[in-house]
Design a protein around this ligand. Structure first.
Ligand SMILES: Cc1ncc(COP(=O)(O)O)c(C=O)c1O
Length: 385
């Protein structure tokens, strides 16, 4: 499988989570759209693009289980969440309930919104180690007040790499009349996703992480009843359109000026690749490897396991707490000396080493990381145990 990716063979790549990695076959499909565009850019943009986009949306709608008319492609989750944020109409004193494990760019988006609007962003603490789903829910709902208008939640967290019980939270929020905005950046192609069953108000996910698409392919789903109130983040021809389509929602959001959107158009090839290469099985093997190795790394680093060792909480990534005063130096050392690409993440003053496993990894990669850490423990004082 490694042969199918362009990853530098001199390095051990244990960081699929940050920016994904795309196999050659999908990159070829991506480039074929660019070549097609350059043969006749006008014809491509005005005639062909719409047809390719419709195919891409159809393919994705079956993969994430929602209707093609209810989502549009975005470059990344930041664009998606900023689009939602810019259309919220909250008032001073209203609250956005979230957790203390969200992605930094999203925290910043909400800080920005709250500064402008006088709304409060509540980073409800979820304590580690997680002991059960019920405990997460109990701690999360302690942040609920009469002023809670929005719930913003990651489906899989970045620094701690944990899976959150979003379905249960969406159900209760719906019953309470609270809007849910779910950040599923790490979800598509990683764990099962059925948006219709989950029934959130807004859901963003990427194709360029675990679905292996070229970078710049993500989406924003919006529940039908809310689509009319979502303003375009970028105003373009679809606003006051001269040729309105069936949906003002799609007119507003699907065209935002001249761009290279080939990454979106690869979706059918992406899904085809996943199916042909038995990605469900590959993913199950990767998840098993993640779990098998986790206690070993925790033991080596003198750390507590941050959640029960099951696929309820762990997917193809795991974060091991590390005691270090210099996370950047540790990351640099692993990369420069040991040629290991693995992120060292800081969240709420804790540091985590997060390894990702994909079909191109094997036990040997984790053994290389293990030996490097053993060596660092013996030869430096970068890690305290
Ligand atoms: C939870 C979460 N949200 C969002 C993102 C990505 O956002 P963007 O690509 O827009 O920076 C990530 C990326 O790792 C993430 O882990």
């Amino acid at each position: 499988m490694r042969e199918q990716f362009l990853l530098n063979p001199e390095y051990t790549h244990l960081n699929h989570g940050s920016f994904g990695a795309t196999p050659r076959a999908i990159l070829e499909n991506y480039q074929s759209f660019q070549l097609e565009m350059e043969r006749d850019p006008v014809y491509f943009v005005q005639k062909k693009f719409g047809q390719h986009l419709a195919k891409a949306k159809d393919a994705l709608s079956s993969f994430i289980h929602c209707e093609a008319k209810d989502f549009f492609f975005t470059a990344n989750p930041t664009v998606a969440i900023n689009t939602v944020m810019r259309s919220l109409n909250l008032k001073v004193g209203d609250e956005i309930l979230s957790t203390n494990q969200e992605y930094g760019a999203m925290d910043r988006t909400w800080h920005f919104y709250c500064k402008m609007s006088g709304v409060k962003y509540i980073r409800q603490p979820i304590s580690l180690p997680i002991t059960s789903k019920e405990k997460i829910l109990e701690e999360f709902w302690k942040g609920l007040t009469a002023n809670t208008k929005i719930i913003f939640l990651n489906h899989i967290s970045s620094a701690t790499a944990l899976i959150f019980p979003v379905k249960e939270i969406c159900d209760k929020a719906r019953a309470l009349g609270i809007t849910t905005i779910i950040d599923g950046a790490h979800v598509p192609g990683h764990i099962d996703l059925d948006i219709t069953e989950m029934n959130p108000d807004y859901y963003t996910g990427t194709l360029h992480k675990w679905m292996l698409a070229p970078k710049g392919a993500s989406f924003l789903y919006v529940r039908n009843e809310l689509q009319h109130q979502l303003e375009p983040l970028i105003v373009s021809w679809g606003y006051e359109s001269l040729m309105p389509g069936e949906s003002q929602f799609l007119d507003y959001h699907e065209y935002q000026g001249t761009n290279d959107n080939s990454a979106f158009l690869c979706t059918p090839a992406v899904i085809d690749f996943l199916q042909k290469n038995h990605w469900k099985e590959q993913s199950a093997l990767a998840k098993a490897l993640v779990l098998e190795n986790y206690p070993r790394f925790c033991k080596l680093l003198g750390s507590q396991e941050i959640a029960p060792l099951t696929n309820e909480f762990f997917g193809q990534m795991a974060s091991v707490p590390v005691q270090t005063k210099n996370p950047q130096a540790l990351k640099d050392l692993l990369y420069d000396k040991y040629k290991i690409q693995v992120p060292i993440m800081v969240l709420n003053e804790n540091v985590y080493l997060r390894y990702s496993i994909n079909a191109y990894n094997s036990q040997a990669d984790l053994d290389i990381l293990f030996q490097a850490l053993e060596n660092i423990l013996q030869t430096t004082n970068l890690i305290q145990i």
